[in-house]
Design a protein. Structure first.
Length: 200
């Protein structure tokens, strides 16, 4: 019998990666920031191998700095970080990007802060009927209570939770996928030793 509600199966032809505001100024402020940066780097590299659209934003970069270099270094040549003032990645600052990608029905979302920009982005997209998959090992806030509450709040509204490896492998579906070796290698690399808490 078919599922009565969406089960969150990702499909590359409708999916995009969103990287929210992983900027220099937050380096010493965000809990587990090194983990977030490392995860976002892997997600960008994986999404590039899968040829997915990638949206990267920077909140008021004049004050908060540019996207972390580790992430910039793996961005496709045609992908630029878009500055924004709205907390959500769905405001007027990014309207042209969304207009140029009308087929997106699913997103993988990572970045900071969980309880402000990430949550507001998730709620905006869910309200528009876009399926949201939160990359839990790539999302954080200054305070872990805010992170935990934001993830819970988003799932209450219909978002799905997943890890970076889980989501990228779900898109591939098979070891026969052309990007399998590239993505598999990403998760054989050494990782930042202090993981973000997984329990909600």
């Amino acid at each position: 019998m078919p599922a009565s509600r969406p089960i969150g199966r990702l499909e590359s032809r409708h999916c995009a990666l969103l990287v929210c505001d992983v900027q220099e100024r937050f380096t010493s402020l965000i809990s587990g920031f090194d983990v977030v940066v490392d995860t976002c780097r892997r997600m960008v590299a994986g999404a590039s191998a899968l040829q997915l659209p990638i949206l990267v934003t920077e909140q008021y970069p004049k004050a908060l700095g540019a996207t972390k270099k580790l992430i910039q270094n793996v961005l496709p040549a045609t992908t630029e970080s878009l500055p924004k003032m709205s907390f959500s990645m769905c405001g007027t600052d990014t309207a042209n990007w969304w207009a140029s990608h009308p087929d997106i029905k699913q997103v993988m979302l990572c970045g900071i802060e969980a309880h402000v920009c990430v949550l507001q982005t998730a709620l905006d997209l869910l309200e528009q009927g876009v399926e949201v998959h939160l990359v839990v090992d790539g999302i954080s806030s200054q305070r872990l209570t805010d992170r935990q509450t934001a993830l819970t709040r988003a799932t209450q509204s219909g978002a799905f939770l997943g890890t970076s490896e889980m989501l990228l492998f779900q898109i591939m579906q098979s070891a026969k996928h052309p990007a399998f070796k590239t993505i598999s290698a990403l998760f054989k690399e050494s990782r930042v030793p202090t993981p973000l808490p997984g329990k909600l």
